[in-house]
Design a binder for this molecule. Sequence first.
Ligand code: FAD
Ligand code: NAI
Length: 466
Amino acid sequence: MQYDVTVIGSGPGGYVAAIRCAQLGFKTALIEKYDTLGGTCLNVGCIPSKALLDSSEHYHNAETHFKEHGINLTNLKVDLKQMIKRKNEVVGQTVAGVDFLMKKNKIDVHHGLGSFIDKNTIKVTPASGKASEIKTDKVIIATGSKPSNLPFIELDKKRVITSTEALNLTEIPKHMIVIGGGVIGMELGSVYARLGSKVSVVEFLDSLIPTMDKTMGKELQKVAKKLGFDFYLKHKVTAVGVKGKNVTVTAETQKGESVDIKGDYCLVSIGRRPYTEGLGLENVGISTDKAGRIEVDEHLKTNVDNIYAIGDVIKGAMLAHKAEEEGVLVAEQLAGQKPHINYLLIPGVVYTWPEVASVGYTEEQLKESGRAYKSGAFPFKASGRARASMDLDGQIKVLADSNTDEILGVHMIGPRAADMIAEAVVAMEYRASAEDIARMSHAHPTFTESFKEACLAATENRALHI
Ligand code: FAD
Ligand code: NAI
C-alpha cells in the first residue's frame, strides 16, 4: 500500500493530524498498536479521569452540600463497580467516535505496532496474525508517552500503581499514598478523597502543581486539606515496600529525617516519559534527547526530512490540545500552508474542584525575566454567582504589563475555571489590555464577572465588588 502520509499513534495528536491530512487531500494511513483508537487521552487519560472526577464530585456534593440546599438523602453510598462501568461506557463511546471520524475521512486504519524499516517503509505487526508493510511519502510520529517511575520502585500494578490502574480500582482505598503532587496526583487523589479514602501526597518540591503560578498550588493545597488530604512537601521518596495489602512509602525530609507512611495503595504520578519503544528509530537515524524525546526543529521536523513528530513524544507540555495543534500544524505545512502555534497561549487545566486553569506567564517567570508587571486579583468569595452555588474558594489573578497594560498571564482557581480560561486565551491572542476586558460587559451573575473584576483590579486597583 502506498500513502501520502502515514501517522503512527492514534492519540489526540495522531488522529487529529490524520483528519487534517485527509481534509487537505492526502491519502492517509493511521497505525495504532492497540485495538482501540484515541491513545492515552481517550482510553486511560483525559476522558476516563474526567468521568470519574464528575462521578466522585456528585457523590461528594450529595454527601456534604445537599443538606444545605434543603435536599435530604438517606442511605447514600458509592457503587464503585457502576461508577467504573459508566466511565468505561464514556470511554467506549468516545473511542467509537474516533473510529467514525476515520471512516468519514477515508483514513485507512492499521492496527499493529508501527516500526520503521526505512524512511519510506513501515512494518505493521499486529498482536496476532501476519505483519504487513506500508509505503509512504511522509510520516508523522505521534507515539505519545507512558508513566515515569523511580528506579527503586517496583510497580506491581496492584498495590503500587500508575494512573492507568487508578482508573480501574475494584475497591476504594483506605489510604492512598500519592507520590508526586502534580496534575495526576491531585486529580486522581481528589477522586478517591471524595469517595472516602484518606489521601497523602508526597511531593519532592515545596508546592503542589509546581509548573503553574505558585499562588495556585498554595490555594489548591488549602482546599485539598479541607477534603482531608495530608501533604508531605519537600519530601524525597527513598523506598516503597509492599507486604500483602500493606504499602509503606519511606521519604526523607530536607533535614535528612526519615518518615514512614503506611497505606494500602500507592499511586506513582511523578510525570510521564516519551514513548518510542519498538518504533525502530535506529533504522532511520532519528535522534532523541536526554529525556528520550524525539528532537524536532521549529517545523516539528526530525533530522530525517520526510519524518515529523508531535505531541507527548517531543518537547513541550504533555497536553492533548497541544498535541492536536501540532498535528494540524504539520498537516497544513505538508500542504504548503504557513500555520503557527503560540505555545505561550496553550492553557493548562487541573480538573480538581475548584478547578485550576492558567495561561501565559506565571508571576515567577515574570519576576525572573525582570519584566515590569502589575497584578490584580479577585476572590470568588466576593462573587454573587459563587455565593449562590457555594463555590467560595479560590481567586482569579491577572498579570499585566506595567507600561502597556497588556495581559501577560491569567491564573485562576475556582468554579468552572477550566471553561473560563478560554476568555483569557482569546484576550491574550488578541493582545488585549486588562482595561479592555474590564470595560466589556460580562453577564450577571456569572463566574466570569470575577475575571472582569480581576482585570479591574490589575488596571488601577479599581475592582467594584471588593
Ligand atoms: P498518546 O495519547 O499517548 O497516543 C499515542 C498512541 O500511540 C497510543 O495509542 C499508543 O498505543 C500509540 N503507539 C505508540 N507507539 C506505537 C507504535 N510503534 N505503533 C503504533 N502505535 C503506537 N491532557 C489534557 O490536555 N487534558 C487532560 O485532562 C488530561 N488528562 C490526563 C489524565 C491522565 C490520567 C493522563 C495519564 C494524561 C492526561 N492528559 C491530559 C495528557 C494527555 O493524555 C496527553 O497529553 C495526550 O494523550 C498526548 O497525545 P499524543 O497523541 O501525543 O499521545
Ligand atoms: P506532573 O509533572 O504534573 O507532576 C509530577 C509531580 O511529581 C511534580 O510535582 C514533581 O515535582 C513530583 N515529583 C517528581 N519526582 C518526584 C519524586 N521523586 N518524589 C516526589 N515527587 C516527585 O506529572 P503527572 O501528574 O504524573 O502527569 C503527567 C503529565 O500528564 C503532566 O505533565 C500533564 O501534562 C499530563 N496530565 C494533564 C492533565 C490535565 O491537563 N488536566 C491531567 C493529568 C495529566
